[in-house]
Design a protein around this ligand. Structure first.
Ligand SMILES: Cc1ncc(COP(=O)(O)O)c(C=O)c1O
Length: 382
C-alpha cells in the first residue's frame, strides 16, 4: 500500500511543467509548420540543423528520425558492415549496440571507469582486433567520456570515433561540446532528453563535409535530387514539426542544463554524509549536464521500493548490461566479463531529476533516503 500523505509527490520526470513554461512560444512556432505544411524535412528542419551545429561547435548537423537512426546512419555512411567489429560499452541503452548489429557488424564491449561510468580508455586497446573499425564512447548520463586518450588510441589503430551523445546535449569535455570531437556525434531528442522533441527525432553532428553530404543523401533514400538515387539509403528524415519544436527548446537548453547542475549540487550536498549512498562524480575534464542523476545505493531495490511507497519515483539505467541481455546471448559473453558495468547495474539508482524540480522536492527525496538507511542500518553494506 502506498502511503498517501500531504507531502510532495516527486515524479521521476515532469515534461508538463516545462511545456507550460514555453507554451505560447511553442504554439506560435508549431502553427507556422501547420500553415506552411512543411511536414517532412524542409525549412524548419534546416533552421534547426543550422542552430544546433552552431551550438555544438560543428560545421554540420544532420537531422534524422531518432538517436538510433543517428548511430546507424553514421555507421552505414562510413562503411561499417559484416565482418567488422565496433567497440562500445555494456552499460548503455540497447540502441548503441543495436545500430552496430543492424549494419551487420559485431558489437564488442569494453568495461567502464567506476567513477565516471564511462568507457575506460585503458581497456579499449585490449578489445581491438584486426576486424575493429570504430569505437563508440557513450557520454552516459550527460558526462562525456575521457575523449583525449580515446582519440589517441583510435588514431594509433586507425579507428573511427563516433560519439554517442544521445544523453549529452550541451555537455563539455575540456571546453569542447559533446558531438564535436569524433568523426560524428549522435544525438537523440527522445522527449525526456535534456533537449527533447515532442515525438521522435535525432541528429548527427560532424565537422567532416564529405561525411555530411553522405549523411544528407543516405537519410533521404540515397537521393540528392528527387527520384534520382545515387546510393541505396533509407528514410531517416526528421519531421518538420520536430524541427520547429527543437528550435524553440534549443534557446532554453543552457538555462535548463544550468538548473540541472544546480539540482545535482543540492543532491550532492544533502546526500554527502548518507551511509549507503555514493553520489555521482564530475570528472575534472567535464561539464556534466545531468540528464540522469544516478547514485550508487546499498540494497538499491529495497530503497527504490521504499521511495515508491512514499510517492518518490526513481529509475534504473540500466538494470541489465547489454552483454547479459537475451538478445545478445549469441555473442557468447557471460556474467563476470565486465565486472564494473555489472556492479553498477546492480547498484545504480536514478533519482528524480529535471530542470523544474524544486529544492523542496530534492530535500524530501534526500531526507527519505537518509531515513531509510537510518531505519535499516543492516542494509548498508556496499
Ligand atoms: C545512450 C543512448 N544511445 C542511443 C539512444 C537512442 O535514441 P532514440 O531513442 O532517439 O532512438 C538513446 C536514447 O535513449 C540513448 O540514451
Amino acid at each position: 500500500m502506498k502511503e498517501r500523505s500531504n507531502t510532495l509527490k516527486v515524479p521521476f520526470l515532469d515534461l508538463k511543467t516545462q511545456y507550460e513554461s514555453i507554451k505560447d512560444e511553442m504554439h506560435h512556432s508549431v502553427q507556422k509548420v501547420f500553415e506552411s505544411c512543411a511536414f517532412a524535412g524542409g525549412p524548419f528542419v534546416t533552421e534547426f540543423e543550422k542552430t544546433f551545429a552552431a551550438y555544438c561547435g560543428t560545421k554540420h548537423a544532420v537531422g534524422v528520425a531518432s538517436g538510433t537512426d543517428a548511430i546507424w546512419v553514421v555507421l552505414m555512411a562510413i562503411g561499417i558492415g559484416p565482418g567488422d567489429e565496433v567497440i562500445t560499452v555494456p552499460n548503455t541503452f540497447m540502441a548503441t549496440a543495436e545500430a552496430v548489429s543492424f549494419c551487420g557488424a559485431k558489437p564488442v564491449f569494453a568495461d567502464i571507469d567506476e567513477r565516471t561510468y564511462n568507457i575506460n580508455p585503458e581497456l579499449i586497446e585490449r578489445a581491438i582486433t584486426p576486424r575493429t573499425k570504430a569505437v563508440i564512447p557513450v557520454h552516459l548520463y550527460g558526462q562525456t567520456a575521457d575523449m583525449d586518450p580515446i582519440i589517441k588510441i583510435a588514431a594509433k589503430h586507425n579507428l573511427h570515433v563516433i560519439e554517442d551523445a544521445c544523453q549529452a546535449h550541451g555537455a563539455e569535455y575540456k571546453g569542447k561540446r559533446a558531438g564535436s570531437m569524433g568523426i560524428a556525434g549522435c544525438f537523440s531528442f527522445y522527449p525526456g532528453k535534456n533537449l527533447g522533441a515532442y515525438g521522435e527525432a535525432g541528429a548527427i553532428t560532424t565537422n567532416n563535409s564529405d561525411l555530411a553530404e553522405k549523411l544528407y543523401t543516405f537519410r533521404d533514400h540515397g537521393q540528392q535530387k528527387k527520384y534520382y538515387h545515387s546510393v541505396v539509403g533509407w528514410n531517416a528524415r526528421m519531421d518538420g514539426l520536430q524541427g520547429a519544436v527543437l528550435s524553440v527548446k534549443l534557446k532554453h537548453l543552457n538555462k535548463w542544463n544550468d538548473a540541472r547542475r544546480k539540482n545535482a549540487r543540492l543532491y550532492n550536498n544533502l546526500l554527502a554524509n548518507v551511509d549507503g549512498i555514493t553520489t555521482p562524480a564530475e570528472a575534472a575534464y567535464a561539464k556534466h549536464i545531468y540528464h540522469i542523476y544516478a547514485v550508487r545505493a546499498a540494497n538499491r531495490d529495497a530503497l527504490m521500493n521504499a521511495l515508491a511507497q512514499k510517492e518518490i519515483y526513481c529509475g534504473i539505467h540500466y538494470p541489465i548490461p547489454i552483454h547479459m541481455q537475451d538478445a545478445y546471448r549469441f555473442l557468447g559473453y557471460k556474467k563476470g566479463d565486465f565486472p564494473i558495468a555489472e556492479k553498477c547495474a546492480d547498484e545504480q539508482l536514478s533519482l528524480p531529476m529535471f530542470p523544474e524540480i524544486s529544492p523542496e522536492q530534492i530535500k524530501r527525496v534526500s531526507d527519505e533516503i537518509r531515513a531509510f538507511y537510518m531505519q535499516h542500518a543492516e542494509l548498508i553494506a556496499l
